[in-house]
Design a protein around this ligand. Structure first.
Ligand SMILES: Cc1cc2nc3c(=O)[nH]c(=O)nc-3n(C[C@H](O)[C@H](O)[C@H](O)COP(=O)(O)OP(=O)(O)OC[C@H]3O[C@@H](n4cnc5c(N)ncnc54)[C@H](O)[C@@H]3O)c2cc1C
Length: 500
């Protein structure tokens, strides 16, 4: 359907911007529901999770966790001192398919989802323009490439987030890594300065310490992993220190300069760095850190597409205001799902939203969504999304923290259990250290939050998620008998403490 020599147009029921995990899942639900769908992707099909976030970071972290697990089991300690860097990087390369997305492109095709490569911008109601990578629609390469894509039902923005770089003097000149470069690196810096003690900062500190870097972790607050029960952050900070990480709490990087800019620096500059630039960072406590590489892990912001010629409400931060169904307020056709919505920060939560919103778009298109076209039951978002932080110890959390529950005015009872005292934990590792916090709504007698801290607790999280989402009364949980001798017996200790 060519409009002129250098433009073309396509029409689909659903147009998805961004072929990350969330966009792929939403398009899949739409197609399974009988609608036509296209995804528009400017980089690799599969998005951040597949190539620059979850998969590569966990591939870098797993060998160190496996070695430590073996080291703490009597009889199995005779393992190498350090991870094999070359094999770890090769395994990472394998998990990210060497940054080749052909496997995921094939999946789109078998799922009946069309793909357009290029950068999309919203240019009107239900209308998108794509201006690059349009060879596949047969536009002559020497002409401007413009493709207009119309959506009969909905446009779903699934464009993820972009890292936020703090305004630190000289930071950009130091060519800092974000998590994308860190997870994709082929070289291990001798000295790595990480700015930010959140999930990414702590996971990367663990991974690069395992890979042999001297890591300096500079954290603005008085604990790492803010937002999660503080005992979790304390355990992770202690363990990072034991691994040799230089953890600086209550501290900020105030400026960065190149080593060598000051003649006195030349004396100590005998190392090589991945960027070829060594950085001397000044800290708010008056100290300095010299590093071969700086990694900025200070948060992320929605990576929304350009929007023109259509009126859509934004808040003072430039975020789109969304209704309960993740639809931009003032529209009946524009949805924002996954990380771009700021209502999900993990792949699994974003994919949950994608399934829900994909189905909602189908039912609205078919007129089966009920009166007013409502609505998506996104109760997991409201009751608390599960999250695992793959540090050592692992932190696995779902629902409300005790502080958050109290802030919401819920009458709570908090039960702290020593995981190391459980027979299954003692068998799991010598001198196993761990803690579990159960947060109970005292009135309803149901769990509303659980935080596990300890080795291999990630796989224990789903039981807590089921108990919370199912609002299983404690009296009924009493009949869910944990096997002996497993770490799940901590549930029994908790229920006994709760009076059962
Ligand atoms: C280091 C790190 C580790 C993480 N580890 C985990 C983990 O272990 N488990 C977990 O659940 N979560 C983890 N996360 C979070 C997880 O990566 C995200 O929640 C998830 O990737 C979000 O998916 P998305 O589809 O919303 O966005 P993305 O995966 O970012 O996909 C968005 C896509 O949209 C494309 N795009 C953007 N703008 C346009 C445009 N205008 N036109 C066309 N295409 C566009 C982008 O190229 C991208 O491919 C981690 C994040 C980081 C940074």
């Amino acid at each position: 359907m060519s409009q002129s020599a250098n433009t073309a147009s396509r029409t689909y029921d659903v147009v998805v911007i961004g072929a990350g995990a969330i966009g792929e899942n939403l398009a899949d639900r739409a197609v399974q529901g009988g609608l036509s769908a296209v995804v528009i992707e400017s980089e690799l099909v599969g998005g951040a999770c597949s190539y620059w976030a979850c998969m590569p970071s966990k591939a870098l972290l797993r060998p160190g966790a496996a070695l430590e697990a073996a080291r703490t089991v009597p009889g199995a300690e005779g393992v190498p001192e350090r991870v094999d860097v070359e094999k770890t990087l090769a395994s990472r390369d394998n998990f990210v398919s060497n940054w080749d997305d052909s496997g995921q492109v094939d999946w789109l095709s078998t799922a009946g989802i069309d793909l357009i490569r290029g950068t999309a911008r919203i240019v009107g109601e239900r209308e998108i323009e794509v201006r690059s990578g349009l060879e596949q629609i047969g536009l002559a390469p020497d002409q401007p490439e413009i493709l207009t894509v119309h959506a009969r039902s909905a446009i779903a923005v699934c464009t993820g987030t972009a890292p936020v770089l703090p305004p630190i003097d000289g930071l950009l000149e130091s060519h800092p890594w974000t998590s994308a470069e860190a997870t994709a690196t082929q070289e291990i810096p001798e000295e790595l300065l990480i700015i930010g003690g959140g999930v990414v900062g702590c996971e990367m500190a663990t991974a690069f310490a395992d890979l042999g870097s001297q890591v300096h972790l500079v954290v603005r607050g008085d604990n790492v992993l803010s937002g999660i029960d503080s005992f979790a952050g304390e355990a992770v900070a202690d363990s990072l220190q034991q691994m040799g990480v230089d953890v600086r709490l209550n501290c900020e990087v105030t400026s960065c300069g190149q080593v060598g800019a000051d003649p006195a620096d030349l004396i100590m500059d005998d190392a090589t760095s991945p960027t070829g630039i060594r950085t001397k960072a000044a800290l708010s406590d008056g100290s300095t850190i010299v590093a071969d590489q700086v990694l900025v892990a200070t948060g992320r912001k929605p990576n929304l597409p350009e929007i023109s010629d259509v009126s859509i409400e934004k808040d003072e931060h430039g975020h789109l205001q969304l209704d309960a169904d993740m639809r931009a307020q003032g529209t009946d056709w524009l949805y924002v799902v996954g990380d771009a919505s700021s209502r999900a920060h993990t792949t699994h939560e974003g994919k949950y939203q994608a399934r829900m919103i994909g189905d909602l778009i189908v039912s609205r298109a078919n007129g089966t969504a009920g009166e007013g076209g409502a609505g998506a039951d996104l109760r997991a978002d409201a009751m608390g999304a599960p999250q695992v932080i793959f540090t050592r110890p692992e932190v696995a959390h779902v629902g409300l923290t005790s502080d958050a529950a109290q802030e919401q005015g819920i009458d709570t009872r908090v039960f702290d259990q020593d995981l190391g005292a459980i027979a299954g934990a003692a068998l799991h590792a010598h001198n196993y250290q761990g803690q579990v916090r159960f947060v109970v709504d005292a009135e309803k007698q149901v769990l509303i939050g659980v935080t596990f801290v300890g080795g291999d607790t990630a796989e224990m999280l789903h039981a807590a998620t089921i108990a919370i989402i199912g609002e299983v009364p404690l009296a009924r949980l009493w009949h869910a008998v944990p096997a002996y001798p497993t770490m799940s017996e901590v549930w029994l200790r908790f229920l006994e403490a709760a009076g059962l």
